[in-house]
Design a protein around this ligand. Structure first.
Ligand SMILES: [Zn+2]
Length: 445
């Protein structure tokens, strides 16, 4: 008998890679944080002596979801500015609140709340874009969550940095931060949007990203207003300007990409650009619906992001992939535009590939980290089960996520967060609510 740390025996195993495969009666073997075997359960019981044996008889085991774009700490701003279009939402709601409240303490508490919420929704990896990224990295490591941590870059001063040059040099330092060198963490540059930086700063950013070999994550073509403002300012659409600056390449994670011409989509496909599709945020801010069926057909990898909790308002990739599939059917006028299996791919391996982590996570593949989620399909709303993948995508909700492992660590155990004190987290969130709401009451008086 061979020793292993964990033997997980679900009813179904959906590895995502190879695509279209659903295994029944199989066990996943986890040793030292990695998936070390995937084999029929009878054989697994003959071969392996596990320290922990997990039976999940009415569940589907899937790769953990990858949230390819969020602003984790914005959970503390959830519900603060509602029912506004993007520019008004930013100008009148979010930016004043951030100016007043963003600090290392706020980012730590908000990121912790976000990680707890994401774990309960089956998310095992997130790509972040927010101030104090070193705190985001530290919090992810402390809580055992996988993260790609983005250094924000803008021209204006904030509580984290004073100028574009300072943001960039802090981003370069972040790559060598002890927490950012942890196996759970990777880093990227995250310029806010096309209007946020001068040509000189974008050029400096490109050189640094190339030298450090890190991706660039950026809101791009989110609204028609953004595109019009860019044309007015520079005579170029955002994609065009970015391309001229050498930033349209395989390291680019273009967030949103709601409004794209066919030529721009073809250019993205040719350059290997990845798109982070955030459908609920785009709907809530009335930005539009990204025609991702068309993007995928053109050969562009599409990942799924929740965006921040202030514009969603939940960090739930399972809900997001269902929405993505449904919206694609309408926008393409084709019920087959994105299938359930394709939606699941976008929320898992597509996300891992977009973050440059396809060798690390995103599928149940021997050698990858054991980043896994188990979904209970035994509940009434998922019955009867003709097709496991379609029941998962079209019927299941986050409350059916029973278990989550990140790098083999059992983070959600039978619906309970195993290593996070939920009561204490709720208390801190309420303290922030009182502080922020109290201050707006003061302002009102
Ligand atoms: Zn965003």
């Amino acid at each position: 008998m061979q020793h292993c740390d964990t033997l997980i025996a679900p009813r179904w195993c959906i590895p995502v890679e190879p695509s279209g495969v659903v295994l029944t009666g199989h066990a996943v073997i986890v040793t030292d944080g990695k998936i070390t075997d995937l084999l029929p359960i009878e054989k697994a019981r003959q071969v392996y002596q596990p320290s922990v044996h997990i039976e999940r008889p009415q569940h589907a085991l899937i790769p953990g979801f990858v949230n390819s774009h969020t602003h984790a700490a914005m959970t503390l701003l959830r519900g603060l500015a509602e029912d506004l279009p993007l520019q008004g939402w930013l100008r009148d709601g979010i930016w004043p609140a951030e100016k007043r409240w963003v600090s290392a303490e706020m980012v730590r508490d908000g990121t912790e709340l976000a990680i707890a919420e994401m774990l309960t929704a089956g998310i095992t990896c997130f790509s972040d874009q927010y101030f104090f990224p070193e705190i985001v990295a530290e919090t992810a490591v402390d809580l055992g969550m996988r993260a790609m941590v983005g250094t924000p870059v803008v021209e204006f001063p904030t509580s984290w940095a004073g100028s574009a040059g300072e943001y960039l040099s802090k981003g370069a330092d972040l790559v060598h931060d002890p927490f950012a060198e942890h196996p759970l963490v990777s880093t990227c540059f995250a310029p806010h949007s096309i209007s946020a930086l001068s040509d000189e700063s974008f050029t400096e950013l490109r050189v640094m990203a190339d030298q450090l070999d890190v991706p660039v994550q950026m809101h791009l073509h989110e609204t028609t207003a953004e595109i019009a403002a860019s044309v007015k300012q520079s005579g170029q659409r955002p994609c065009e300007r970015l391309d001229a600056l050498g930033l349209v390449n395989a390291a680019l994670l273009a967030v949103h990409a709601v409004h794209m011409t066919d030529a721009e989509v073809a250019r993205f496909a040719e350059a290997g650009v990845n798109i982070a599709h955030c459908p609920r945020s785009n709907l809530k801010l009335a930005s539009g619906i990204a025609p991702v069926g068309r993007y995928r057909a053109a050969g562009v990898n599409v990942a799924i992001g929740t965006d921040g909790a202030a514009s969603n308002n939940v960090l739930d990739v399972l809900a997001e992939i269902r929405l993505a599939a449904l919206l694609a059917k309408v926008t393409e006028n084709d019920a087959a535009a994105i299938s359930a299996a394709e939606a699941l791919h976008m929320g898992t391996l597509g996300g891992a590939a977009a973050l440059g982590l396809a060798q690390t996570t995103g599928s149940i593949t021997t050698g990858k980290y054991a980043d896994l989620a188990c979904v209970d399909l035994g509940s009434l709303n998922s019955q009867p089960i003709y097709d496991v993948v379609s029941q998962l995508v079209y019927t299941a909700n986050a409350s059916q996520v029973s278990d989550v492992w990140v790098a083999g660590k059992h983070q959600l155990d039978n619906g309970q967060l195993a290593h996070i004190n939920t009561d204490e987290l709720l208390e801190r969130s309420n303290e922030w609510r009182d502080r922020m709401a109290g201050s707006s009451d003061d302002q009102a008086r």
